[in-house]
Design a protein. Structure first.
Length: 292
């Protein structure tokens, strides 16, 4: 029987949520605890693979950011320890198929699953791959100034006021936020702002995302994009995601996941695009970037 990789991964996500922790919800500050997963080449993983590696890191206590295949470890002089189990992630690509009736060529997408190991499962690797404890960039006056510059440089219009609840208003394309002093910490303020910024990326002048606020299902899907996207974004800029509001949508997410095995893939892809867009806009003035 052919493997249904979409269903396998969806079931992994469902199990994580039902166990009480959505895989994108991490208690971190961007530099400590759950580093953004990256390949042996130094490139960051993308989309659904980030969620799969975060699940594995949390379950097994890995703090090192780098993952590699068995053969990659072997080429570098390392050896996966006996008994260690790898983590399955996916590779997206296409293949060309020629029509039997004419000369047309169709590009058909496919999904392939392969296994990687965290460097903490491997002996004999160079010292540069050993986990370290970088200083947090989300706390302290200078780091907050860096984050303030990042959000300002995105070009998003942000209005602060004591009577304003956190939101993005599509009518005037404005993010509303209470003053930072009204939050329990600066971490909470910037995590909430990151969530609203992900909503902002979907507007017509930018990514033109199909934001179906007129249905319960549409709102839940957009909130999932904002949840995952803000975690991706915070992982890069050294902020702490604010995950307090996700519980309101959990049942809707679980229902959608059970009914549609490609739901989480679409959400993760859109979240990655939103995070990438925000980083592209705000990165020039960010002097300290965590997890890179």
């Amino acid at each position: 029987m052919k493997r249904d990789i979409h269903a396998e991964i969806t079931n992994t996500i469902i199990e994580a949520i039902e166990n009480g922790t959505a895989p994108w919800c991490k208690e971190w500050d961007g530099a400590m605890g759950f580093p953004f997963p990256r390949r042996v080449t130094g490139e960051n993983y993308q989309g659904i693979n980030v969620l799969l590696l975060w699940i594995a890191a949390e379950a097994k206590g890995y703090t090192a950011p780098t993952w590699m295949t068995f053969n990659q470890a072997k080429k570098m002089g390392g050896q996966v320890r006996k008994g260690e189990k790898g983590t399955g992630i996916v590779f997206f690509s296409t293949f060309e198929k020629e029509s039997e009736e004419n000369d047309n060529v169709t590009r058909i997408p496919f999904l392939k699953r392969y296994t990687v190991f965290n460097v903490q499962q491997i002996d004999g690797l160079p010292a540069e791959f050993q986990p370290s404890q970088p200083a947090s960039v989300a706390g302290g006056e200078q780091a907050i100034e860096d984050l303030e510059a990042f959000f300002a440089y995105t070009g998003a219009k942000i209005e602060n006021g004591p009577e304003i609840a956190p939101h993005w208003n599509p009518m005037n394309d404005t993010i509303g936020m209470p003053p930072v002093e009204q939050f329990s910490s600066a971490h909470a303020y910037y995590g909430t702002l990151a969530h609203e910024l992900i909503h902002w990326t979907g507007h017509t002048p930018r990514l033109d995302r199909d934001m179906k606020y007129n249905t319960k299902e549409g709102r839940a899907f957009e909130e999932l994009i904002a949840e995952i996207g803000s975690c991706f974004l915070c992982g890069h800029i050294g902020a702490q995601p604010n995950i307090d509001n996700s519980a309101a949508y959990v049942e809707s997410w679980l229902k959608a996941l059970r009914n549609d095995k490609r739901f989480i893939f679409r959400a993760a892809t859109q979240a990655q695009r939103a995070s990438d867009y925000a980083l592209q806009k705000g990165r020039p003035l960010l002097t300290v970037i965590a997890a890179e």
